[in-house]
Design a protein around this ligand. Structure first.
Ligand code: NAP
Length: 252
């Protein structure tokens, strides 16, 4: 099916993005692992290549910069030999700050990475998807946009924006054979979650929260990758504009 199709995963060097990149490589896509961190992007691409898959790293790319986004997509096309027909907007930043302490800079940075990034990357790849008459876009939002999360007003607003962005874009791109969906993860064991635990921002340990989760464990990056793998598959062509929660039952 997808031997020659190229998939681009932003924030692919760590956590959820890393698992998605490795899973899509396993599924037969040529995978572009894009990240702000050049070293981790290269490690993930190398891990995929060691398993015999096709992957290339695109490090030191900041998704919040339109010029860098356009240039990266151009280089991906050149390096992997085909247009990007699968885009996973996964790169994101989270901060915990009480509402009155959020500065303009902090608000704008969160919006720039979490919302402008997907906007720039979608604009960069959609023309090729339209030409191919086929495309898959998956935006990684957050269950906090469904439930709210104290001290994360900026982050939650950016992820709720990404859910609205997904729904609107799906309506516009459906006739072109392009699906657009969002996975809002909840409580997934990644460096981002462990950093929050270490800083005492979770209101308890990861183990404590696992006890309160209906499936009694934290999510694994592979859980999100599995849902993503399905959403970008041929079989998922009738699923678009949807919010597919992967959260162990924490949000329904
Ligand atoms: P992570 O381990 O921190 O990975 C995020 C990756 O994105 C990192 O490699 C990071 O690079 C990269 N990145 C950050 N800013 C970037 C930028 N401006 N341009 C390019 N790359 C950038 O986080 P994660 O937990 O896997 O999260 C992945 C996504 O899931 C995020 O959108 C997050 O909001 C969402 N999410 C996660 C959870 C969870 O429970 N873990 C829950 C809800 C939503 P650096 O390391 O260099 O910063």
């Amino acid at each position: 099916m997808s031997e020659s199709r190229t998939a681009l995963v932003t924030g692919g060097g760590s956590g959820i993005g890393r698992s998605i990149a490795l899973r899509l490589a396993e599924d037969g896509f040529a995978v572009a692992v894009l990240d702000l961190n050049g070293e981790s992007a290269e490690q993930v691409a190398e891990e995929a290549r060691q398993k015999g898959h096709t992957a290339a790293a695109f490090g030191n790319v900041d998704v919040s910069d339109r010029g860098q986004a356009d240039e990266a997509v151009r280089r991906v096309r050149e390096t992997l030999g085909g247009p990007v027909l699968v885009l996973v907007n996964n790169a994101g930043v989270a901060r915990t700050e009480s509402f009155l302490k959020i500065s303009d800079d902090s608000w704008n940075r969160i919006m720039a990475v979490n919302l402008n990034g997907p906007f720039y990357f979608c604009q960069a790849v959609v023309p090729d998807m339209k030409e191919a008459g086929w495309g898959r876009i998956v935006n990684i939002s957050s269950s906090s946009a469904q439930s709210g999360q104290q001290y994360m007003t900026h982050y939650v607003a950016s992820k709720a924006g990404l859910i609205g962005f997904t729904k609107a874009l799906a309506l516009e791109l459906g006739p072109a054979g392009i699906t657009v969906n969002t996975i809002p993860p909840g409580f997934v064991d990644t460096p981002m979650l462990r950093a929050s635990e270490e800083r005492g921002l979770l209101g308890g340990t990861v183990d404590h929260h696992a006890e309160l989760t209906p499936v009694r464990r934290p999510g694994r990056p592979e859980d999100i990758a599995a849902a993503c793998s399905f959403l970008v598959s041929e079989e998922a062509g009738y699923i678009t504009g949807q919010v597919i929660g992967v959260n162990g039952g924490r949000n329904t």
